[in-house]
Design a protein. Structure first.
Length: 246
Protein backbone atom coordinates (compact mmCIF):
# COMPACT_ATOMS: atom_id res chain seq x y z
CA UNK A 1 0.00 0.00 0.00
CA UNK A 2 1.38 3.41 -0.99
CA UNK A 3 1.34 6.00 1.79
CA UNK A 4 1.75 9.64 0.84
CA UNK A 5 2.14 10.84 4.46
CA UNK A 6 3.44 8.87 7.44
CA UNK A 7 3.64 10.39 10.91
CA UNK A 8 5.38 8.32 13.58
CA UNK A 9 5.28 9.15 17.29
CA UNK A 10 4.96 12.93 16.85
CA UNK A 11 5.52 14.85 20.09
CA UNK A 12 5.42 18.63 20.34
CA UNK A 13 5.66 20.89 23.37
CA UNK A 14 5.75 24.66 23.76
CA UNK A 15 7.67 25.13 27.01
CA UNK A 16 5.99 22.87 29.57
CA UNK A 17 2.77 22.72 27.56
CA UNK A 18 2.63 19.36 25.77
CA UNK A 19 0.51 19.80 22.63
CA UNK A 20 1.07 16.52 20.73
CA UNK A 21 1.57 13.29 22.65
CA UNK A 22 2.88 10.67 20.26
CA UNK A 23 0.60 10.97 17.23
CA UNK A 24 0.75 8.25 14.55
CA UNK A 25 -1.01 8.62 11.21
CA UNK A 26 -0.73 7.08 7.74
CA UNK A 27 -2.42 8.75 4.78
CA UNK A 28 -2.75 7.04 1.42
CA UNK A 29 -2.15 8.77 -1.88
CA UNK A 30 -5.28 10.64 -2.97
CA UNK A 31 -6.96 10.50 0.44
CA UNK A 32 -8.78 13.54 1.83
CA UNK A 33 -8.41 13.41 5.61
CA UNK A 34 -10.49 15.82 7.69
CA UNK A 35 -9.29 16.49 11.25
CA UNK A 36 -11.90 17.55 13.79
CA UNK A 37 -11.51 18.45 17.45
CA UNK A 38 -12.04 21.16 20.05
CA UNK A 39 -9.77 24.20 20.36
CA UNK A 40 -6.43 23.27 21.86
CA UNK A 41 -6.63 19.63 20.77
CA UNK A 42 -3.46 19.90 18.64
CA UNK A 43 -5.04 19.90 15.16
CA UNK A 44 -3.28 22.98 13.78
CA UNK A 45 0.00 22.14 15.50
CA UNK A 46 -0.08 18.67 13.91
CA UNK A 47 -0.61 20.25 10.50
CA UNK A 48 2.25 22.69 11.04
CA UNK A 49 4.66 19.95 12.11
CA UNK A 50 4.16 18.14 8.80
CA UNK A 51 6.01 20.82 6.85
CA UNK A 52 8.15 21.99 9.80
CA UNK A 53 6.46 25.37 10.26
CA UNK A 54 6.59 24.09 13.84
CA UNK A 55 9.33 21.53 14.34
CA UNK A 56 8.20 18.51 16.38
CA UNK A 57 10.39 17.51 19.34
CA UNK A 58 10.28 13.81 18.62
CA UNK A 59 9.21 11.35 15.92
CA UNK A 60 9.55 11.23 12.15
CA UNK A 61 7.63 12.59 9.17
CA UNK A 62 7.57 11.06 5.72
CA UNK A 63 5.99 12.70 2.67
CA UNK A 64 6.08 10.91 -0.67
CA UNK A 65 8.67 8.45 0.72
CA UNK A 66 11.00 11.26 1.85
CA UNK A 67 11.58 10.76 5.59
CA UNK A 68 12.82 13.38 8.06
CA UNK A 69 13.72 12.75 11.69
CA UNK A 70 12.12 15.50 13.78
CA UNK A 71 14.93 15.92 16.31
CA UNK A 72 17.84 15.34 13.95
CA UNK A 73 17.55 16.91 10.50
CA UNK A 74 19.34 19.26 8.14
CA UNK A 75 18.05 22.49 6.63
CA UNK A 76 18.15 20.91 3.15
CA UNK A 77 15.94 18.03 4.34
CA UNK A 78 13.33 20.48 5.64
CA UNK A 79 13.44 22.42 2.34
CA UNK A 80 12.95 19.18 0.39
CA UNK A 81 10.00 18.17 2.60
CA UNK A 82 8.40 21.60 2.19
CA UNK A 83 8.67 21.29 -1.59
CA UNK A 84 6.36 18.29 -1.36
CA UNK A 85 3.70 20.15 0.62
CA UNK A 86 1.71 23.37 0.36
CA UNK A 87 -0.30 25.09 3.07
CA UNK A 88 -3.50 27.12 2.92
CA UNK A 89 -3.78 29.31 6.03
CA UNK A 90 -6.91 30.52 7.79
CA UNK A 91 -5.91 34.18 7.35
CA UNK A 92 -4.92 33.94 3.65
CA UNK A 93 -1.25 35.06 4.18
CA UNK A 94 -1.17 37.00 0.91
CA UNK A 95 1.38 39.74 0.15
CA UNK A 96 -0.70 42.92 0.46
CA UNK A 97 1.62 44.93 -1.82
CA UNK A 98 1.33 42.46 -4.71
CA UNK A 99 -1.57 41.76 -7.06
CA UNK A 100 -3.31 38.38 -6.91
CA UNK A 101 -1.43 37.34 -10.06
CA UNK A 102 1.91 38.38 -8.52
CA UNK A 103 1.04 36.49 -5.31
CA UNK A 104 0.44 33.31 -7.27
CA UNK A 105 3.49 33.77 -9.52
CA UNK A 106 5.86 34.35 -6.59
CA UNK A 107 6.53 30.70 -5.75
CA UNK A 108 7.16 29.74 -9.37
CA UNK A 109 9.72 32.52 -9.82
CA UNK A 110 11.47 32.32 -6.43
CA UNK A 111 11.38 28.57 -5.75
CA UNK A 112 10.98 26.91 -9.14
CA UNK A 113 13.02 29.53 -11.07
CA UNK A 114 10.44 30.03 -13.84
CA UNK A 115 10.91 33.08 -16.06
CA UNK A 116 8.19 35.72 -15.64
CA UNK A 117 6.46 34.98 -18.94
CA UNK A 118 6.08 31.26 -18.21
CA UNK A 119 5.13 31.92 -14.57
CA UNK A 120 2.40 34.32 -15.68
CA UNK A 121 0.96 31.84 -18.19
CA UNK A 122 0.73 28.99 -15.64
CA UNK A 123 -0.59 31.33 -12.93
CA UNK A 124 -3.39 32.62 -15.18
CA UNK A 125 -4.46 29.04 -15.85
CA UNK A 126 -4.63 28.27 -12.12
CA UNK A 127 -6.51 31.51 -11.36
CA UNK A 128 -9.02 30.57 -14.04
CA UNK A 129 -9.58 27.22 -12.30
CA UNK A 130 -10.43 28.91 -8.99
CA UNK A 131 -12.63 31.54 -10.69
CA UNK A 132 -10.34 34.54 -10.18
CA UNK A 133 -9.01 35.23 -13.67
CA UNK A 134 -10.99 38.48 -13.94
CA UNK A 135 -9.58 39.62 -10.58
CA UNK A 136 -5.93 38.79 -11.33
CA UNK A 137 -4.81 42.45 -11.31
CA UNK A 138 -6.59 43.28 -8.04
CA UNK A 139 -4.77 43.63 -4.73
CA UNK A 140 -5.85 41.49 -1.75
CA UNK A 141 -7.51 44.49 -0.05
CA UNK A 142 -9.81 44.83 -3.09
CA UNK A 143 -11.13 41.28 -2.74
CA UNK A 144 -13.62 39.61 -0.41
CA UNK A 145 -12.34 37.13 2.17
CA UNK A 146 -13.62 34.25 0.05
CA UNK A 147 -11.78 35.52 -3.02
CA UNK A 148 -8.59 35.99 -1.01
CA UNK A 149 -8.82 32.43 0.29
CA UNK A 150 -9.35 31.12 -3.25
CA UNK A 151 -6.19 33.03 -4.20
CA UNK A 152 -4.45 31.25 -1.32
CA UNK A 153 -5.62 27.91 -2.74
CA UNK A 154 -4.35 28.91 -6.20
CA UNK A 155 -0.98 29.77 -4.67
CA UNK A 156 -0.83 26.30 -3.09
CA UNK A 157 -1.85 24.52 -6.29
CA UNK A 158 0.67 26.35 -8.46
CA UNK A 159 3.55 24.61 -6.67
CA UNK A 160 2.23 21.20 -7.76
CA UNK A 161 2.64 19.70 -4.26
CA UNK A 162 2.13 16.06 -3.33
CA UNK A 163 0.04 17.11 -0.32
CA UNK A 164 -2.01 20.23 0.47
CA UNK A 165 -2.55 21.16 4.13
CA UNK A 166 -5.61 23.30 4.90
CA UNK A 167 -5.67 25.00 8.31
CA UNK A 168 -9.30 25.93 9.05
CA UNK A 169 -9.62 27.56 5.61
CA UNK A 170 -13.08 29.01 6.25
CA UNK A 171 -12.80 30.09 9.91
CA UNK A 172 -12.02 33.74 9.10
CA UNK A 173 -14.83 34.09 6.56
CA UNK A 174 -18.30 35.57 6.82
CA UNK A 175 -20.85 32.72 6.72
CA UNK A 176 -22.11 33.60 3.22
CA UNK A 177 -18.57 33.28 1.79
CA UNK A 178 -17.84 29.83 3.25
CA UNK A 179 -19.61 27.94 0.45
CA UNK A 180 -17.51 29.37 -2.40
CA UNK A 181 -14.27 28.35 -0.68
CA UNK A 182 -15.54 24.87 0.21
CA UNK A 183 -16.68 24.37 -3.38
CA UNK A 184 -13.18 25.29 -4.57
CA UNK A 185 -11.58 22.83 -2.11
CA UNK A 186 -14.07 20.17 -3.22
CA UNK A 187 -13.08 20.73 -6.85
CA UNK A 188 -9.39 20.42 -5.90
CA UNK A 189 -10.10 17.15 -4.06
CA UNK A 190 -11.55 15.68 -7.23
CA UNK A 191 -8.18 16.04 -8.99
CA UNK A 192 -6.82 13.20 -6.83
CA UNK A 193 -4.35 15.23 -4.79
CA UNK A 194 -3.77 14.16 -1.18
CA UNK A 195 -5.29 16.63 1.28
CA UNK A 196 -5.36 17.11 5.05
CA UNK A 197 -8.05 19.55 6.17
CA UNK A 198 -8.52 20.94 9.67
CA UNK A 199 -12.11 22.23 9.76
CA UNK A 200 -15.37 22.36 11.69
CA UNK A 201 -17.46 22.12 8.51
CA UNK A 202 -19.26 18.81 9.12
CA UNK A 203 -21.29 18.81 5.90
CA UNK A 204 -18.07 19.31 3.92
CA UNK A 205 -16.44 16.41 5.80
CA UNK A 206 -19.43 14.17 5.02
CA UNK A 207 -19.29 15.03 1.34
CA UNK A 208 -15.56 15.17 0.60
CA UNK A 209 -13.53 13.29 3.22
CA UNK A 210 -12.20 9.78 2.67
CA UNK A 211 -11.55 9.63 6.41
CA UNK A 212 -12.36 11.70 9.48
CA UNK A 213 -9.99 11.94 12.44
CA UNK A 214 -11.11 13.26 15.85
CA UNK A 215 -8.39 14.69 18.09
CA UNK A 216 -8.40 15.80 21.69
CA UNK A 217 -5.65 16.54 24.18
CA UNK A 218 -2.86 15.96 21.67
CA UNK A 219 -4.03 12.44 20.76
CA UNK A 220 -6.13 10.82 18.09
CA UNK A 221 -9.27 9.62 19.89
CA UNK A 222 -11.04 7.99 16.95
CA UNK A 223 -10.92 7.79 13.17
CA UNK A 224 -12.95 6.21 10.40
CA UNK A 225 -15.04 6.75 7.29
CA UNK A 226 -17.29 9.83 7.42
CA UNK A 227 -20.41 7.64 7.28
CA UNK A 228 -19.28 5.88 10.48
CA UNK A 229 -17.56 8.72 12.34
CA UNK A 230 -20.10 11.47 11.79
CA UNK A 231 -23.26 9.37 12.06
CA UNK A 232 -22.37 6.74 14.63
CA UNK A 233 -19.08 7.48 16.44
CA UNK A 234 -17.97 4.85 18.97
CA UNK A 235 -16.11 6.99 21.51
CA UNK A 236 -18.20 8.97 24.05
CA UNK A 237 -15.95 12.04 23.66
CA UNK A 238 -16.46 12.06 19.87
CA UNK A 239 -20.22 11.69 20.36
CA UNK A 240 -20.23 14.61 22.80
CA UNK A 241 -18.19 16.86 20.49
CA UNK A 242 -20.31 16.13 17.41
CA UNK A 243 -23.57 16.62 19.32
CA UNK A 244 -22.36 20.08 20.26
CA UNK A 245 -21.33 21.25 16.78
CA UNK A 246 -23.90 19.56 14.53
Amino acid sequence: MEYMVQLENIHKSFGKNQILKGVNMNIRKGEVVVILGPSGSGKTTLLRTINFLDSANEGSISVSNFKVNCNKHSKSQVIELRRKTAMVFQNYNLFQNKTILENVMEGLIVVKKYNKKEAKKVSMEILDKVGLLERCDYYPSQLSGGQQQRAGIARALIMDPDVILFDEPTSALDPELVGEVLNTIKAVSQTGITMIVVTHEISFAKEVASRVVFMEGGNIVEEGKPTEMLVNPKEPRTQQFLKRII
